[in-house]
Design a protein around this ligand. Structure first.
Ligand SMILES: N[C@@H](CCC(=O)N[C@@H](CS)C(=O)NCC(=O)O)C(=O)O
Length: 183
C-alpha cells in the first residue's frame, strides 16, 4: 500500500493478542504508534474505539478503529505489501484460519484456566487440557510446516503469529524492518 498511513495500536505489553498484532505489523515492516493501556482504568480512547468488547488490541488506522486480534492481523496482511502472513493457497489459508480459531477457542482458555484456577484439582484439569491442546498443535505444526521452520513452511504465517511465536523462537513484537514504534 502506498502513502503514509496513520497507525496507532492500543495494547498491553504482556497480552498474547496484542503480541500477535505487533508481530504482524513487524512482519510487514510498518511504523506505528504504540499506546500502552491500563486495563484497570480504561482510557476514553479504548472505550470509544472498542465499545463492544472494551479490550485490547485495537488498531486505529487513519482514525478508524479495528478490533479483535485475528481480524486485525488479516487486515494488516491484506493492507500492506511484504511477506504474506496468510498462505496464498486457499486450502492452506483455510487451514491456518482453523488453527488460529483453535488457539483462541481451545488453547488460550485452557492456558488462562491454569492461572485462574481456584483449586488444585481445577488447575490440574486445566494443565491436562492445555497439554492436550499443545499436543494437537504440535501435530498440526509437523504437518503444516512440512519439516520447515514455520507453521506456514518457509515464512511466518497466521498459525505462528497467533501463538505469539516465530518458528521455534519466542518473539516479542520487535524487530520489523523499518519499524519505528513510538511508545
Ligand atoms: N478475542 C480478543 C481477546 C482480547 C483480550 O482478551 N484482551 C484482553 C487483554 S489479554 C483485554 O483487553 N482484557 C480486558 C477486559 O477483559 O476487560 C482478541 O483476539 O483480540
Amino acid at each position: 500500500m502506498a502513502g503514509k498511513e496513520d497507525l496507532k495500536l492500543l495494547g498491553l505489553l504482556v497480552s498474547p493478542f496484542v503480541i500477535r498484532v505487533r508481530m504482524a505489523l513487524s512482519t510487514k515492516g510498518v511504523s506505528y504508534e504504540y499506546v500502552e493501556q491500563d486495563l484497570f482504568n480504561k482510557s476514553e480512547l479504548l472505550l470509544k474505539s472498542n465499545p463492544v468488547h472494551k479490550k485490547v488490541p485495537v488498531l486505529i488506522h487513519n482514525g478508524k478503529p479495528l478490533c479483535e486480534s485475528l481480524v486485525i492481523v488479516q487486515y494488516v496482511d491484506e493492507l500492506f505489501a511484504g511477506p504474506s502472513i496468510l498462505p496464498t493457497d486457499l486450502y492452506e489459508r483455510a487451514t491456518a484460519r482453523f488453527w488460529a480459531a483453535f488457539v483462541d477457542d481451545k488453547l488460550c482458555p485452557a492456558w488462562f484456566g491454569i492461572v485462574m484456577a481456584k483449586t488444585e484439582d481445577e488447575r490440574a484439569e486445566k494443565v491436562t487440557e492445555t497439554s492436550a491442546a499443545i499436543g494437537q498443535m504440535e501435530e498440526a505444526f509437523a504437518q503444516c510446516s512440512k519439516g520447515k521452520a514455520f507453521f506456514g513452511g518457509d515464512s511466518i504465517s497466521v498459525g505462528g503469529a497467533v501463538r505469539g511465536k516465530c518458528g521455534g523462537e519466542e518473539s516479542g513484537a520487535g524487530g520489523g524492518r523499518g519499524r519505528a514504534v513510538r511508545q
